[in-house]
Design a binder for this molecule. Structure first.
Ligand code: TXA
Ligand code: MG
Length: 311
């Protein structure tokens, strides 16, 4: 075992916090069976109590011991998509205590695909509770440098693993009810899940389990953000008097102070998104203007994050 991984597992066992790379975003990890460790995790994140946190595992077998009821759909999806950017919400077993589930009767479990995450999870040998490794409400980190900038000395160790490949948080699928429901869109789309299950997904009900990704103004930069359709971009740039930072598909416009051009492929876009938002946020502009991607299913996950960035 690599010394860095052994040290990280040791810190977790002692109740400490380890930030680690996953293929979606960097996570801030704590021993998911320790109330004290998870309390410290919440304090460092400045996350309000009562929000459930995803528990990560090195494989489906271990993950499913945290559920008391594992429907056939969960096994099918685990086969198809794990390790990978999919979180399954299942009815909890006694291992998932109230401080993990926010007192709800279900638990979110995931087997991440990043090799460093996998090594850490295997070395630790249990569940690691890990929200994104940023302060509550800010843009998720996709590099170790982002984590250090956000959390500094509040985290005991940051494992390095390069830029996160997916770049946005995992798809969350609730399998605890009568029909599967997507609670948070991600790289794995509703269409792919429906194809794997051979069953249609239900619409998200208004009484869906509480999840912080469902709060208004989440994943937000500090600079005010506005989302505008492509055909209005030029007009908005001409109309607005503020010093602007723009995120767009098109070529830079010389009237604009700071311009970042984004790829037209949704996965390539997601990969760059959070680093781009951080860069625009630190450009000392008065407003961020984002050219909206088309409102079609392939862009659902990116659009969801962009809408939240606007609040
Ligand atoms: O990609 C990801 O999922 C990343 C990496 C680190 O794995 N983690 C992540 O965690 O995004 P976090 O805490 O920033 O967002 C997790 C979301 C929150 O909205 C949380 O409330 C929701 O998942 N969640 C966790 N457990 C849940 C449960 N039992 N029922 C409903 N929502 C749950
Ligand atoms: Mg988060």
């Amino acid at each position: 075992m690599k010394p860095e991984i052994a040290k990280a597992a040791q810190i977790l066992r002692a109740g400490g916090l380890v930030a680690f790379p996953t293929e979606t975003v960097y996570g801030l990890g704590a021993d998911a069976s320790s109330a004290q460790a998870v309390a410290r995790l919440y304090a460092v994140k400045r996350r309000p109590a009562g929000h459930p946190v995803i528990v990560h595992f090195d494989g489906a077998e271990r993950a499913f011991t945290w559920a008391r009821d594992v429907p056939a759909a969960a096994r099918t999806l685990a086969q198809r998509f794990w390790p990978g950017p999919l979180t399954l919400v299942l009815k909890r077993s006694a291992l998932a205590q109230d401080f993990i589930t926010g007192g709800q009767d279900n638990v979110g479990v995931r087997v991440p695909a990043h090799p460093v995450a996998h090594e850490l999870l295997a070395a630790f040998g249990g569940g690691i509770a890990a929200p994104s490794a940023n302060r509550f409400g800010l843009v998720s980190p996709t590099t170790a440098a982002h984590v250090r900038a956000d959390l500094g000395a509040d985290v005991d160790l940051v494992l390095e693993g390069g830029p996160s490949e997916v770049g946005i948080e995992s798809t969350i699928l609730d399998l605890s009810g009568a029909k599967p429901v997507v609670l948070r869109p991600g790289r794995i789309t509703a269409v792919e899940i429906e194809a794997a299950l051979g069953e249609a997904l239900a619409e998200k009900p208004s009484d869906a389990p509480r999840h912080s990704g469902g709060l208004e103004r989440h994943y937000a930069p500090r600079t005010p953000v506005r989302l505008v359709p492509g055909y209005q971009l030029d007009r908005e740039i001409a109309r607005l008097k503020e010093k602007l930072a723009v995120l767009a598909f098109s070529r830079p416009d010389e009237r604009v102070e700071y311009w970042l051009r984004m790829p037209r492929d949704p996965q390539a876009y997601a990969h760059k998104l959070y680093a781009a938002l951080r860069e625009l946020d630190s450009a000392a502009c008065e407003a961020i203007l984002i050219e909206a991607p088309p409102p079609v299913p392939e862009w659902a996950a990116v659009l969801d994050r962009l809408r939240r960035a606007c609040g």
